[in-house]
Write a protein that binds this ligand. Structure first.
Ligand code: F6P
Length: 550
């Protein structure tokens, strides 16, 4: 019985944990000069050094057995094949089909979806070329200089972060602006910089039902009206990307300007679809094609590589080892790259909205912890903000260091320092500093031994703190595609181990409903049913501060 095997393997890992509890990474490295060699793997231009995890080859073997007994390969193949693995919404999960490089059929409800994917891609490429080549003209006959992208969550984060990450490839084409928040300051500050004659608005919303995006779209439409633009002229300035074509048309967007996406693409996995249009607007269609190819190559690696050489499987299972066995409740992504500064936020949604759940596929509540809190920031900035906790805090935080090796600039000496800091931080987390080392250093520096005994205790660093280091030559569109797909599949692997549906997000629904309820209550102080004293107190404060609302 597979389930017994899974449980048995879990128990074996718990016993193995007991063996590992008193080991230290310092000793592992001191006793094996080949450790890094044996615990590194490269694929699709990515190099993963996972030797600074608290593991041995036996650990790796046991983790792979756990993955096998969770039927990881069978479930992976089911996803790629289009099975309705999103069971609560009865949907396939096929963001991988969006980047497929061949025309091999992928069936959803018996229909090959590849032709429609290619048709929409061609339509996107056509519009992108028209805009970038200044052939798309606004109502007054001027070309487009600015593209305003309205979306939130996966309809915002993907395009925004990829465009930011690929700045060296943003050449020609209109300037991209991204607005997500319902806070009017966001949209206001952007609109004041734009000219309606030369602005194209992309409304990105899979549901076309998201309050923030629709409100921002309505306010932007009013902005055009305020400049005297007529309803009929809006078609030169509004495009919608959505799976809800009828609602987009009802908003007033001509069907020609609606780019469909499909229910088998989750919002947090959608940048490969027409949602990625802003990326192509910024880096060109060829660049977007390279992004897709990188992701496709990583898909092939995930499908074909043996588990012990499989990047998403290794990262997923090491995450399970750190999280479920060593009890680490958060996971930090530290890209040592200014351009990747948004990447932690992107993976935050991808991971936490996918695996931040407690109900298993079989409707039973989980018996272990599931999705970790994902956070992070670019290096070296974090070293001057939160690395103190990483090195001496009571919480052990596994870290993914992400390091492009070749600079995109010619600032002398900067890349050497960036890389040296990245490698030093993972080394420091691994080896720490003993009390004796700290004491000896202080005495050698001239400090008297009594004070040195005091200070040394505060300078002691436990080390033995796990990290992965991912390196690659350059942050190209191709390489970014591999990196994003790597994390998508890492999340999938962990969802399989925790027996979750990683592709729905029921947890966000209630907040939206209560938000609408409270919104309706702001100017109705009398109506207090279903309320609570805290909400009433807060609403009273809001009304008082904005007297005109009462
Ligand atoms: O509320 C969560 C969520 O549905 C995300 O999954 C999604 O990326 C975001 O809101 C935006 O949704 P939409 O693209 O439908 O506007």
């Amino acid at each position: 019985m597979i389930i017994d095997s899974f449980n048995d393997n879990w128990l074996v890992l718990q016993q193995h944990l007991a063996e590992m509890k008193n080991s230290h990474l310092r000793d592992f490295f001191a006793s094996d000069s080949q450790r890094a060699e044996n615990l590194s793997v490269s694929a699709c231009g990515l190099n993963l050094d996972y030797s600074k995890n608290r593991i041995t080859l036996k650990t790796r073997s046991l983790l792979m057995r756990l993955a096998e007994s969770a039927q990881l390969e069978k479930k992976r193949d089911a996803m790629f094949a289009g099975d309705a693995i999103n069971n609560t919404e009865n949907r396939s999960v096929l963001h991988t089909a969006l980047r497929q490089q061949d025309n091999k059929p992928v069936l959803v409800n018996g229909i090959d979806i590849v032709p429609q994917i290619k048709a929409v891609r061609l339509k996107v490429e056509t519009v992108v070329d028209q805009v970038r080549n200044e052939q798309w003209l606004g109502y007054s006959g001027k070309c487009i200089t600015d593209v305003l992208n309205l979306g939130i969550g996966g309809s915002f984060l993907g395009p925004k972060i990829v465009t930011t990450s690929l700045k060296p490839y943003v050449q020609g084409g209109p300037k991209q602006h991204f607005v997500a928040n319902i806070d009017g300051n966001h949209l206001h500050d952007v609109l004041t910089t734009l000219n309606p004659e030369t602005t194209l608005v992309l409304i990105a919303s899979k549901s076309f039902n998201t309050q923030e995006t629709l409100t921002n779209a309505e306010s932007t439409r009013q902005w055009f009206y305020d400049y005297g633009v007529t309803f009929d002229q809006l078609n030169r300035h509004f495009i919608a990307i959505s799976s809800n074509v009828s609602k987009a048309v009802a908003f007033g967007i001509s069907s020609d300007n609606v780019f469909p996406m499909w229910d088998w693409v989750g919002g947090r996995y959608s940048l490969w679809s027409a949602i990625g249009m802003p990326i192509a607007m910024a880096i060109g269609n060829d660049g977007f094609t390279e992004l897709l190819k990188g992701a496709a190559d990583l898909d092939t690696h995930f499908k074909e590589a043996p588990l012990e050489q499989n990047l998403p499987v290794l990262m997923g299972m090491l995450g399970v080892w750190n999280h479920n066995f060593f009890g680490c409740q958060t996971h930090a992504l530290l890209p040592y790259s200014h351009y990747l500064r948004g990447f932690p936020a992107y993976v935050q949604q991808m991971d936490m909205e996918s695996n931040g759940k407690s109900c298993q596929l079989n409707n039973e509540m989980v018996s272990s912890t599931t999705g970790p809190v994902i956070w992070g920031a670019e290096g070296t900035n974090g070293q001057h903000a939160f690395h103190q906790l990483l090195h001496q805090g009571t919480s052990v935080v596994p870290v993914d260091f992400i390091q492009p090796l070749v600079a995109d600039h010619d600032m002398d000496g900067h890349q050497d320092m960036l890389v040296a800091n990245c490698f030093a931080q993972s080394k420091t987390l691994m080896q720490g500093k003993t009390y004796q080392q700290a004491y000896d250093e202080l005495v050698a520096s001239g400090m008297d031994s009594v004070l040195a005994k005091v200070i040394a205790k505060h300078k002691e660093m436990p080390g033995n703190r796990p990290s992965n280091t991912l390196t690659f030559d350059r942050l190209t569109p191709y390489q970014l595609g591999t990196l994003i797909a790597l994390y998508e599949h890492k999340v999938f692997v962990q969802g399989v181990i925790w027996n979750l549906n990683s592709f729905d997000q029921w947890g966000v629904e209630l907040g939206k409903i209560l938000g609408d309820d409270i919104l309706a209550r702001i100017d109705r102080p009398d109506n207090t049913e279903l309320s609570d004293s805290s909400t009433e107190l807060l609403l009273t404060q809001y009304r008082y501060a904005n007297q005109s609302l009462t």
